[in-house]
Design a protein around this ligand. Structure first.
Ligand code: KIV
Length: 289
């Protein structure tokens, strides 16, 4: 499978093809922390080229999240997501974007064994997708790996708090940090991952006060999801905020009604096909005079 990320504007569906522009870089993201008057970082998930094209002008970071397992493939969790999937979707998102930094999730099982295993997986992601960085779940246990990759030219975004790849160990997707022990452990995870060299850290599904403490403790940007308005940036799963699903988690704000728009359009189409209204004269080819 070819996963080249070079844009072929002659054959791509990019209409109009966005003008190539300078991408947001990892050092620029890192430098946003503590910049007086800096705006919060805007991050959304993207898995496909067309979505990337639409989100790109408005986002600082496009995350090719392993949430694509549930959103695109209908899998029960992120655990069955493979490196092949992440590489194929990562390359598509790079092809569809020119501005935002593309960050690709390391899938479950591709990095936990050793720093060397993580480097091999991350190097494949970087080479095949053209991403700027990888994202990795885990705290203290992943610190050595974060340092190993960062020291070898692969920028790493950390991910602590509710880490969906650990759903079996955590016992579900509930908010974290309600007990003192859990609160302290998650702060320790965030600080350790940042000290190891992560250029930014996603904090997911934690009580607001814990997210605020992490924002104060880290000297790299903290990007929140189900965390706090005080975070240095925010991320959501795009299909959640666009209203593609009936059920949305409490921390998601719906900015659209994609499910409603699709249902309306498809009902209209089905009715017109059945009534022989579609296609009309405008949609059929006539012989040349
Ligand atoms: O996989 C994903 O989409 C994520 C975000 C929810 C942060 O990791």
């Amino acid at each position: 499978m070819s996963t080249t990320y070079t844009v072929d504007s002659a054959t791509s569906r990019a209409t109009p093809t966005p003008k190539p522009m300078k991408r947001v870089t990892v050092p620029a993201i890192r430098a946003r922390k503590g910049q007086p008057g800096a705006e919060p970082l805007v991050m959304l998930t993207a898995y496909t080229v067309r979505t990337a094209q639409l989100l790109d002008p408005h986002c600082d970071i496009l995350l090719v999240g392993d949430s694509l397992g549930q959103v695109i493939y209908g899998l029960p969790s992120t655990l069955p997501v493979t490196l092949d999937m992440m590489c194929a979707h990562g390359a598509a998102v790079s092809r569809g974007s020119f501005h935002a930094a593309v960050v690709v999730d390391m899938p479950f099982g591709s990095y936990e064994v050793s720093p060397e295993q993580a480097f091999a997986s991350a190097a494949r992601i970087m080479a095949e997708t053209g991403a700027a960085a990888v994202k990795m779940e885990g705290g203290v246990a992943m610190a050595e790996t974060v340092a190993f990759l960062s020291d070898r030219g692969i920028p790493v975004m950390g991910h602590v708090g509710l880490t969906p790849q650990a759903v079996n160990a955590l016992g579900g997707y509930g908010a974290r940090g309600r007990s003192n022990a859990e609160y302290d452990k998650i702060i320790g995870d965030a600080v350790t991952v940042a000290d190891a060299g992560a250029f930014a850290v996603v904090v997911e599904g934690v009580v607001e006060t814990l997210a605020d403490s992490i924002v104060d403790a880290l000297d790299v940007p903290v990007i929140g999801i189900g965390a706090s308005a005080r975070c240095d940036g925010q991320v959501l799963v795009t299909e959640d905020m666009l209203g593609l699903f009936e059920r949305t988690p409490r921390f998601v704000k719906r900015y659209g009604d994609m499910a409603g728009s699709i249902t309306d359009a498809v009902q209209h189409y089905a009715a017109e096909v059945r009534a022989r209204v579609f296609p009309s004269a405008d949609q059929v080819y006539k012989p040349k005079d």
